[in-house]
Design a protein around this ligand. Structure first.
Ligand SMILES: O=C(O)COP(=O)(O)O
Ligand SMILES: [Mg+2]
Length: 226
């Protein structure tokens, strides 16, 4: 009996999830923090569409991309440090405020939980914000392992967090599935020899995720329910 509707791996023993753009729409809160940071520095706010193209490689990269796009001045270390501090202060406050869990996510997580399948988070989000968001949206209890962008020396697209997670759960790549929304998730999975399902509704730097060649693309995680 298949546990999920994914013929390449119908009975996974471990499912690893990306967070932003896969389980949770975090763009409204990330935009609140980015725009507050930009305005404090005397710059124009960027808005949600632009911010959604900059997300995916961790908060410091998001801040750097925002400054690069919105400031005419050359980027200095001092400016980046100040901008990161401002972003962190504001995101600490806004994180989870407007964020919502995508349609289909809860049903899928509950299904895997009932089937006693191990689940972990592999996100590039900094750990202080990951923990906060999972708690605020009442998702934390599903996951026995949460790896964030600063948990290990390397983050996605490196395979390191996926290899670490498989080690933690004592599962091999042939029994593991990665679920994500961006090319970073697909690349990390490929490098770890893990199958990867992508959601079409996430961010992926403004590109269609099909172009990254995941094993399957779904419009909702509910499509994976048997
Ligand atoms: O913080 C980010 O850059 C995105 O995090 P993600 O890996 O959960 O998509
Ligand atoms: Mg993502």
């Amino acid at each position: 009996m298949a546990v999920i509707a994914f013929p390449a791996l119908p009975n996974p023993e471990l499912v690893l999830f990306d967070l932003d753009g896969t389980l949770v729409d975090s763009i409204p809160d990330l935009t609140s923090a980015v725009d507050a940071m930009l305005m404090t520095l005397g710059l124009e706010p960027a808005g949600q569409a632009q911010v959604s193209h900059w997300v995916g490689n961790g908060a410091p990269k998001l801040v750097e991309r925002a400054l690069q796009a919105m400031s005419a001045e050359p980027l200095t270390e001092a400016c980046l440090t100040q901008a990161n501090q401002l972003f962190n202060e504001h995101y600490q406050y806004h994180n989870g405020e407007q964020a919502c869990v995508y349609q289909g996510v809860l049903a899928f997580l509950q299904h895997l939980h009932q089937q006693k399948i191990s689940m972990g988070i592999v996100t590039n989000k900094p750990s202080q914000f990951t923990e906060q968001l999972l708690e605020r949206l009442n998702l934390a209890h599903f996951f026995n392992l949460v790896l964030s962008g600063d948990s290990l020396p390397e983050k996605k697209p490196s395979p390191e967090p996926l290899l670490h997670a498989m080690d933690f759960f004592a599962k091999g790549p042939q029994d593991t599935l990665m679920v994500g929304d961006s090319i970073n998730d697909v690349k990390a999975a490929r490098s770890a020899n893990v199958s990867v399902v992508a959601v079409s509704y996430g961010y992926n730097h403004g590109e269609q995720i099909d172009t990254a060649n995941p094993d399957k693309v779904v419009d909702s995680l509910a499509e994976l329910l048997c």
